[in-house]
Design a protein around this ligand. Structure first.
Ligand SMILES: NC(=O)c1ccc[n+]([C@@H]2O[C@H](COP(=O)([O-])OP(=O)(O)OC[C@H]3O[C@@H](n4cnc5c(N)ncnc54)[C@H](O)[C@@H]3O)[C@@H](O)[C@H]2O)c1
Ligand SMILES: [Zn+2]
Length: 727
């Protein structure tokens, strides 16, 4: 439909329009053309070229201009219909009732305003709402007649869609028959979303990778692309699932017909299916409320959001709930991009009615955007403490959910090849939760020929040693352990917060001392010449005193911190603790065989080999002995405590959040561990105790939603570890 030259031209226009805060009325036609183009890419081709939030931003501009100049609205404006276009390979059929879009907002204030209008229109004090997740998939409509699934249709342009019944029949959560007749229903049109769970999506991408095919961009594209596949067996392979959340139309066995979303489709193939104009069911009948219809669907064997939904009165409760739910977003097994808030009472829905674009009784509250498009400008290669050479993408700075992103992860060489990235490409960057932003996709359709391939260095970008790669690995490494980058990174890791925690040293000072020739390796940290440091600029007596005492204090850090600080490959904090608990003195580790190491919890072949290699290396042992001489403590004190029968919290998991009144976080963790407890890094159903201090944030919110977690304060914790008498 669009040639590649047109595609590039429209994308340039998109960029130009996106860059402007406020569009002029003269740009209306251009804006419409751009929106039509992106709708085509999104709905028909299933290959969007911009992020949803970027599309939404442009669409909002269209609404704004048209609101100010209603005389300029044309019947083919994107605001006058739902999505555009249908793919050609499936027969087109009419929906019984048009499938509209939803009004959406990223802003909770808009919800308040929307509620105000709804109360005004209805004359009610408070409105009851039903809130459910906004599933990020592809919408479908299903028709059951005499309890049998007779038709499945994509949304298409909202009026008509592609008939994809055979594909729909592959989806196991959609029953082929359902007992609607029990409720007196003869024909029913229901709607929902086809989704792919995060897990199925990953598995499916792994399969594609094995076959050497390009991975799919995200679960939503995977779901929507699947619906239009020619071969139903391929659809079955994708493990799609369905949530059904709406009844739009039904006829009863005694001849009553109801099109719930206002008017039914005028061009219906079957005359009998048109609205007969009857009154709505009362709020106490099963289909009289939205939540009632979710329950009915659930009872008929559909996966409706019966468990996920929440019925609440008043918009204040609603906004609180949507914010709470946003915290849980990453815990869900499927993707959601917001919440949908619906007026619960159908009679009231009917009174509120709809615009040409969306019903007035529903509103989508979209979560903070996580994706944006930008240009890939360069790949930098960084050398880590184990010599691993990691590519990091430099992109044109772009704002995602309020944070400016200028670099993004591209993992490794394989990842870059798999995604087919080139310098100069337009790329989709995703920033989800606490994860480092990453490039998830590039858009080859937008290339103009000036893009260049990414060249991988064969030599270390820092010390020029020839890089090596183990067969089963994706990473290239600099083999030179004296490599400046590695030495620096090892020291920076050694002093870091979760390792020896020498905060006043830090990356900047390490670099400074290194360049001044005052520090060349880890033991050197304990031999710093403070007189020489005093000569450096901006190093007053106070900073020196701080530095000296911080270094001194680090000598008595618990053994697991020292083990972690050594930066042994594959040895994270958890494995470091396992190792520390297995010995009295760190040097005992050099007498353990690979097999013995593998007996330890969570230590597999790869990890055991790496630990073994580290402790078989003479230079490393020499370094440890040197550290010992310098006063760094290498014994496990805790082990004796646990051995003396203090294992009272054996197997219980703990997480600390917020500032506690008397204990430092590290002290509290050590106390829990000394009694056999385990520290975990995040809130999940595996957590037993969340110990909460002041200003506890999202962890507390999350924990409140999992009722097996015990939420306690410091005083209760101290009782648990027997530091305070139980009452
Ligand atoms: N990236 C692009 O180029 C591009 C182009 C066009 C559209 N879009 C995206 O699509 C959106 C508009 O498309 P739209 O109208 O299909 O979707 P929408 O985001 O406005 O919301 C309506 C859709 O939400 C879905 N939904 C999920 N859970 C639901 C629930 N519980 N109840 C009701 N509906 C639920 C339904 O499929 C429904 O059709 C835009 O906001 C934009 O984000 C993106
Ligand atoms: Zn090097």
């Amino acid at each position: 439909m669009y040639s590649s030259a047109e595609t590039r031209a429209l994308q340039d226009k998109t960029e130009a329009l996106k860059a402007k805060k406020e569009l002029a009325v003269e740009q209306l036609e251009e804006l419409r053309a751009v929106l039509r183009f992106h709708e085509y890419r999104y709905y028909v081709a299933s290959e969007p070229l911009i992020a949803d939030a970027e599309y939404d931003q442009l669409y909002k501009q269209l609404e704004k201009i048209e609101k100010a100049h209603p005389e300029l609205i044309t019947p083919d404006s994107p605001s006058q219909r739902v999505g555009l276009g249908l793919s050609k390979s499936f027969p087109t059929v009419q929906h019984l009732v048009p499938m509209l879009s939803l009004e959406n907002s990223y802003n909770a204030d808009d919800l308040v305003e929307w509620d105000r209008k709804a109360r005004e229109l209805s004359g009610l004090e408070t409105i009851e709402y039903c809130i459910e997740p906004k599933f990020d998939g592809a919408s479908i409509s299903l028709i059951y007649e005499n309890d049998l699934l007779v038709r499945g249709v994509t949304r298409g342009d909202g009026v008509a869609g592609d008939e994809i019944t055979t594909n729909i029949r592959q989806i196991r959560s959609i029953p082929l028959s359902a007992p609607f007749s029990k409720y007196g229903i003869q024909t029913i049109e229901i709607r929902g979303e086809i989704i792919m769970t995060k897990q199925s999506f990953e598995k499916y991408n792994e399969k594609l990778a094995e076959k050497g095919e390009a991975p799919l961009a995200n679960p939503r594209n995977a779901a929507s692309g699947s619906l239009r596949m020619k071969d139903p067996r391929e659809v079955a392979e994708r493990n799609l699932e369905a949530f059904l959340y709406h009844v739009s139309y039904y006829t009863t066995l005694d001849g009553f017909t109801l099109a719930i979303d206002g008017k039914s489709n005028d061009e219906l193939p079957d005359e009998n299916l048109k609205t007969q104009g009857s009154s709505l069911p009362s709020a106490d009948s099963p289909l009289g409320t939205h939540s009632g219809s979710l329950k009915l669907l659930w009872e008929c064997g559909f996966r409706s959001p019966q468990k996920e939904k929440q019925v609440l009165k008043g918009i204040a409760e609603v906004t609180r709930h949507v914010h709470d739910f946003e915290v849980l977003r990453d815990e869900l097994p499927y993707e959601i991009d917001g919440m949908v808030i619906k007026v619960n009472d159908l009679t009231l829905q009917d009174r509120l009615g709809m615009t040409t674009h969306h019903p007035r009784w529903a509103m989508a509250y979209k979560f903070k955007a996580r994706q944006a498009t930008t240009k890939l400008r360069a790949i930098e290669f960084q050398v880590g403490r184990t010599g691993a050479v990691t590519p990091v993408a430099k992109v044109d700075p772009v704002s995602i959910g309020g944070v400016t992103v200028g670099s993004a992860s591209v993992h490794n060489e394989e990842y870059i090849r798999e995604k087919g990235l080139k310098i100069g490409d337009t790329v989709l960057v995703e920033r989800a939760g606490d994860v480092i932003p990453q490039i998830v996709q590039c858009m080859p359709d937008l290339r103009n020929g000036s893009e260049v391939d990414i060249a991988f260095p064969r030599n270390c970008p820092v010390c020029d040693s020839e890089l090596t790669k183990e067969e089963a690995e994706a990473v290239w490494r600099c083999p030179n352990i004296e490599c400046r980058a590695q030495v620096l990174e090892r020291m920076i890791h050694f002093v870091s917060k979760d390792a020896m925690d020498i905060r006043s040293l830090g990356a900047a000072n390490i670099l400074r001392f290194y360049e001044a020739g005052l520090l060349k390796d880890v033991p050197g940290i304990y031999q710093l010449d403070f007189d020489e440091i005093a000569k450096l600029e901006k190093f007053g007596k106070k900073s020196i005193d701080n530095l000296r005492s911080a270094i001194e204090a680090s000598k008595t850090q618990p053994l697991h911190r020292l083990i972690y600080a050594l930066g042994i490959r594959f040895v994270g904090e958890t494995t470091a603790k396992t190792l520390a608990n297995a010995v009295h003195d760190i040097l005992e580790l050099k007498d353990k065989t690979e097999e013995e190491l593998q007996q330890l919890e969570d230590v597999g072949v790869k990890v055991a080999r790496s630990i073994y290699a580290f402790f078989s290396n003479e230079q490393n042992i020499h370094m440890l002995e040197h550290l010992k001489q310098l006063g760094v403590q290498m014994l496990n004190n805790k082990k004796s405590a646990v051995a003396a029968g203090a294992d009272t919290l054996h197997g219980q998991t703990f997480l600390f959040t917020g500032t506690m009144p008397t204990l430092k976080r590290s002290e509290a963790e050590a106390m829990a561990e000394a009694h056999g407890g385990k520290i975990v890094s995040g809130v999940s159903s595996k957590l037993d105790y969340l110990v909460v201090g002041e200003d506890a944030g999202s962890k507390l919110e999350k924990a409140k939603k999992i009722n097996t977690i015990k939420i306690i304060d410091e005083a209760t914790f101290l009782k648990l570890v027997g530091e305070q008498p139980a009452e």
